[in-house]
Ligand binder design. Sequence first.
Ligand code: KG4
Ligand code: ZN
Length: 337
Amino acid sequence: MNILAIESSCDETAAAVVKDGRDVLSSIVASQVEEHRIYGGVVPEIASRRHAEAISIVTSDALKEANCTLDDIDAIAVTAAPGLIGALLVGVNFAKGLSMSTGKPLIPVHHLRGHIAANYLAHKDLKPPFLCLVVSCGHSHIVKVNDYTNFTVFGRTRDDAAGECFDKAARAMGMPYPGGIALDKLAEEGDPRAYTFPRPHVEGSPYDFSFSGLKTAVLNLLHNAEQKGEELNKADVCASFRARVVDILCENTLAVAKEQNINTIVLAGGVSANKELRRQMEARCKQQEFNLFVPPLCYCGDNAAMIGSQAYYEYQAGHTTGPELNAAATMPITEDF
Ligand code: KG4
Ligand code: ZN
């Protein structure tokens, strides 16, 4: 089954053709990052306009690269939640139009379910159940994937997401948006033991995350040094900060895995590209005898191939929709459209 998938939830306009949920025939991503960089973050209105301009060409490029026409496509999939509402609506309306004009089924996909499915593209033997740490700019979830379309959330952030926390710390150090990538790079040159950052706990919810205190701690460190005229070693700050965030992400995930008796752990989302997170998770999983799967770097950030993968399983579960489909800025991963 060939699925044409569309993704426009944030600042990448993407289209892909995916066969049977596992084989990527094409994947095109048009990034708007350069344009948002001058504002230090995504400007929703600009994002929507750029999606509207790019979506037709990105989709026809995806068909071309897959050597397909619409006749070879069996269903249309689209990210319908969560994300920037104006950005999502561009993809949803375009996909609805394609579905109506071709008579092909329309499959709505939850963006975070898509991030998890990025792993199916690279690891053909990976099948639920497993435990997944989903870390992006907007979300930090520890989710049990019971089945392809059935999820249980064991932990989530109470305030900032991990990616947001990396981006804000990086911005305070003068790094360009999205700072998480630049912070990760500079951290490679620093000493992770140079500075000590707090380890926040959420009272009564041991698997939940709270990153806002950690973000404040790094901002305070930078401001205090500035006021005293002290020169901080930025690489050391990045390395120490990254080590603390990664330590929290790994600890909570492995604690859930142990308690729930789950022996396979999977990473997903933009932050799963983080070098230290991949290294630490690998070392800890090896030592504690868990199987670990990480997405290939090309499918960590937003893309449509991951949406096409998840859509295949949503279709099998009967999750198709009609022209009544609407986009939603927020939606729990556990809910179906
Ligand atoms: O999944 P994603 O592309 O977008 C959302 O769905 O939110 O994630 C983007 C986030 C940004 O916060 C970005 O800074 C972060 O992922 N990110 C990283 C790295 N690469 C991307 N954070 C830390 N280290 C990285 N190497
Ligand atoms: Zn994403």
